[in-house]
Design a protein around this ligand. Structure first.
Ligand code: SAM
Length: 403
């Protein structure tokens, strides 16, 4: 899981769940555990807690858990591990909600969001975990799987998800009757094509995550060390399996050449496109009006090893047009945090809406927006709206079926 998960930040192994009334209960529940069976006293550790709907604060939880843990070690081994706040070998994570205390050991270490490719920063980049999840929600992940398996069947994105449709799956086929929407007919299922564009790419996070999914490359496959290696939770045989497992997962990746071959098959045989240049066209395109953002995106794509799958272009969003009849276009336009900025940005959102309408017919558009008022300026009716959090900021992930 640590090698592979794209949207998780840490994988925790729970060692205690208990009902507690006060800090004494916390101490006793923690002290009773056999901590030396979890890790050895020569390892450094830190406790990091969170608390909700309780009078007990996170800071006092940290202290009590640390005391209980240290006393448990002393009682059983006459030694205790030392606390190291900045680079601990073992991270103990606790969460108290009302009266329920859960204590876990972190098996991950450095958070999984840190993929190692973000060498160049930029203007409000979207988090890697969020970007991976949002890309997946567009149907891109399903399309990538179809490509890998050499499927001869078109992949569709259902306009109405099963959960929006009272649990009923909708038939994903083109001949299905379209659904009426304000006098216009919205197709019930949209064919997905392996074309992915981010015309406001910034540091390139969406594009890079899309490319990693296309190659089936696990985000942490290169990582040499995880938190679980400092724990005694797993027998030696598991530690020894790490390298064979890494090799096995690597063998499931597509090479760049393989990837182009499969793209070409899907474009010509499944989608029946016959444009001559399509074989060589990278499936992912990044553009931004800011040259330095584009440099950052290129540098990061290089670091991620996916640059050959992405083309880069300095361009204003209004000048971008669709290179194929269908595809996925994603955007994360700037959003104003201060008063007055929203008004200044409204024309940009209108341009985004106009560009989608004019230049991307047949495509699926997705916008990550931080401001409901700006969304209105897009001037298109969203076919799906999903509330998501980018860092601490509540945002909307909006789908526009462009027809
Ligand atoms: C919030 S940032 C995108 C961050 C990006 N998702 C990332 O992960 O780094 C918005 C980007 O939109 C770009 N931008 C703003 N106005 C634009 C326009 N008219 N045309 C193209 N790009 C534009 C900015 O240069 C900036 O890089």
């Amino acid at each position: 899981m640590n090698f592979s998960l794209r949207c998780a930040s840490r994988i925790l192994c729970e060692v205690l769940e208990a009902e507690v009334q006060n800090l004494d209960d916390v101490y006793h529940a923690v002290e009773k555990l056999n901590w030396p069976s979890f890790f050895s006293p020569d390892k450094t550790f830190v406790v990091s807690s969170s608390s909700s709907d309780s009078k007990i604060t996170a800071a006092s939880l940290n202290l009590k858990i640390k005391d209980g843990l240290a006393d448990s070690f002393r009682r059983q081994t006459r030694e205790r591990p030392t606390v190291e706040k900045d680079a601990p070998q073992v991270r103990v994570m606790a969460r108290l909600h009302r009266k329920v205390l859960s204590v876990s050991l972190d098996t991950t270490g450095t958070p999984l969001a840190q993929r190692g490719y973000r060498l160049a920063g930029g203007d409000a980049p979207v988090g890697e975990l969020l970007a991976a999840g949002l890309v997946r929600m567009t149907g891109w992940g399903r399309l990538c799987r179809a490509l890998r398996t050499g499927s001869r069947e078109k992949v569709f994105f259902a306009r109405v998800s099963a959960e929006d449709n009272g649990g009923k799956r909708i038939q994903k086929n083109e001949s299905e009757p379209a659904v009426e929407g304000k006098g216009r007919r919205i197709p019930a299922a949209i064919p997905l094509a392996p074309e992915f564009i981010d015309p406001m790419c910034g540091t390139g996070t969406f594009a890079i995550e899309a490319a990693l999914q296309l190659l089936n490359r696990r985000p942490q496959i290169e990582r040499k060390h995880f938190g679980w290696q400092n724990l005694n939770l797993f027998p030696d045989s598991v530690h020894k399996q790490m390298e064979p497992l890494r090799r096995q997962l690597r063998s499931q990746e597509l090479s760049i050449a393989d990837c182009f071959e499969r793209l070409s098959f899907y474009r010509s045989k499944v989608l029946e496109r016959d444009d001559a240049a399509q074989e060589l066209t990278p499936p992912i395109r990044c553009s931004d009006r800011d040259k330095s953002a584009l440099f950052a995106a290129q540098k990061n794509a290089d670091a991620a090893g996916v640059r050959k799958l992405i083309s880069f272009q300095v361009s204003d969003v209004s000048d971008i047009s669709s290179p194929a009849p269908q595809g996925i276009v994603v955007m994360n336009p700037p959003y104003g945090m201060r008063l007055g900025e929203t008004d200044q940005l409204a024309p940009l959102y209108k341009t985004v809406g106009d560009t989608l309408k004019k230049n991307f017919r047949g495509w699926q558009g997705w916008i990550l927006a931080g401001d409901e008022n700006l969304v209105a300026s897009v001037g298109l009716r969203a076919t799906r709206r999903k509330k998501v959090f980018n860092g601490g900021l509540e945002c909307l992930w909006l789908q526009y079926v462009l027809f």
